[in-house]
Design a binder for this molecule. Sequence first.
Ligand code: NAD
Ligand code: ZN
Ligand code: ZN
Length: 351
Amino acid sequence: MKALVYRRPGKRQVEDQPRPQIASVTDAIVRVTTTTICGTDLHILKGDVPEVTDGRILGHEGVGIIEDLGSAVTTFAKGDKVLISCITACGTCDFCQRGMRSHCRSGGWLLGHTIDGTQAEYVRIPHASTSLYKLPAGVNEEAAVLLSDIFPTGFECGVLNGRVKPGDVVAIVGAGPIGLAALITAQFYSPSRIMMIDRDLNRLDCARRLGATDVFDASRENLVEEIMALTAHEGADVVIEAVGTRATFEMCQALVAPGGTIANVGVHGTPVELKLERLWAHNITMTTGLVDTVTTPLLLKFLASGRLRADALITHRFGLSECVSAYETFSDAIHQRALKVILRNDVSAPA
Ligand code: NAD
Ligand code: ZN
Ligand code: ZN
């Protein structure tokens, strides 16, 4: 089968690889019909994720059809169309029972990380009963693939950790796919204002179309003062960090209102400065988190009812065999005006 294989930092290519087989009674083999590329895949290619070793098939997002099942998987049947979660979880260990699926004792982020992933014609899914979700009838599968990772991440680590309430002023720093997923799902709670901050003007236009009340070019001088003036010098009740840099984390600390919450979603490669000397007296809550994907069933319900326009983030489509071009487009997002790139399996189903 064809698959996108990581070789070493900067090097990935489409290769012929053996088709995965059932290795445990709790596995499923899924024929991937749609997958996509995540910002994290770009971090892997830079060599920032050393656990990913030579020969690994990348990808942790996907929709596909169940091709084969281990004997212990009783909740799915061959031929079912399923959403693959970016988090593999056994459902029974102590962490899973506390809802911390990302810390599952025999799971967590495995796909395209420590085991072969979804940017391939077929993928092996461990703990299939609790790591796959049946796709509701009529759901657009390109939209659904965005529920593998970015929507649960923006919703859980941004909106839910940030405890967005009706009437809140929300500021989201970073209008990439995750920041935009937070923007869309924050609207479930009717905040009075959602401000988006980025330096990519195309993404800010997109944010405005998707419901941001105010957008700000991050490269503008006096940005913090401008936002403070707009909020009567109080700041934002909820600030969501969706970039992962020292500068953006500092901006979040400057923007948060007394009694507010900073919900950090961005992955930080280097230490950041925590301004506790200011924050303590402002009763600020700060949250961090790796996505647990516990809200996937809820998000699927919104998708099925047409109230979650996940497909609004799709900008490009490629065949799986054009995976390398898709990576080039995605990694030059600012010039290519790229948000999410869809990869369709262009190899026809077996007869
Ligand atoms: P992305 O790189 O597509 O988007 C980041 C955005 O930040 C871009 O639009 C960029 O223009 C903007 N940006 C960069 N510097 C900026 C600055 N100084 N001021 C304002 N904006 C700036 O990434 P994404 O896919 O949207 O992911 C966002 C973050 O979330 C990443 O750090 C990613 O690794 C992280 N992430 C976290 C989890 C989790 O479980 N916590 C899961 C997935 C991804
Ligand atoms: Zn991801
Ligand atoms: Zn578990």
